[in-house]
Design a protein around this ligand. Sequence first.
Ligand SMILES: [Zn+2]
Length: 308
Amino acid sequence: MADSETNTASGDDAPKRPEPSGNVDPASMTQISAKETLDVRSAKKTSIPEGLWLRCPGCDKMLFRKAMEANLHVCPECGHHFRISATERIRQLCDVKSFEPRRWKLEGADPLNFIDLKPYPDRLAKEQEKTGQPEAIQAGRAFIKGRPVALCCLDLTFMMGSMGSVVGEAITRSIEFATDRELPLIIVSCSGGARMQEGALSLMQMAKTSAALARFDDAGGLFISLLTDPTTGGVTASFAMLGDVILAEPGALIGFAGPRVIKQTIRQDLPEGFQRAEQLLDVGMVDRVVPRSELRNEIARIIDYAGK
Ligand SMILES: [Zn+2]
């Protein structure tokens, strides 16, 4: 049964849940605004709901949003992998309704009384209201093609998936949970890096998660790190790159500093495909680039191969 094609990711048997509002990432989902639509279409078409179509950043074609979503949020034309929320990732990756979230009463500190456009506590409250999630991570246990796993998914829709003390603590506790239960650990990374609003406390999460992973490794655990677009900063510089097996989605931006910062620093043009998953595979930083449709199979295969 385990190897049979029960892939919820193929979509037919899985409940179709609409994305929570505010889930659209402006960088990847070039949404056609109502105004633009009006400009190019006749008046009778103005009844088309906003966001029904979107332009693919990969091939520049207009896509019917529902068709793209039914295709695991991958462009049916060119295979561009759109960014997805943690909720959608869990829906795609796990066996139907197998995900049991683990929740902790954790709250991020504001030791710097940080204010950018607004105070940090206000920003947190706004993000919680927008996403319906307490923080930029969902963690729990689940089954993937019948294999039990401990799963963490960073959530790009919440403050760019940045790692503050709550995210770091949730990851650490998940690693410890996987160690105690002898479960394979899967962390799906998509993050802008450490959360600047929490200052050094964010940076300390890098050491804490890495130390927990070292203990997990000593105990013989299997850690599969899945890098998705984008995986950057302190997340790349800690647990994301410590996988026993490191998988990446096609085209994912993976790096420490972003390409624009590097370009400005070294004052040189960067090669095409710089910091993309395929280039990292070439230089040996990533073990395999796996299309979204193959992730469940690939993860199940690795777990079986490792005998976990
Ligand atoms: Zn496309």
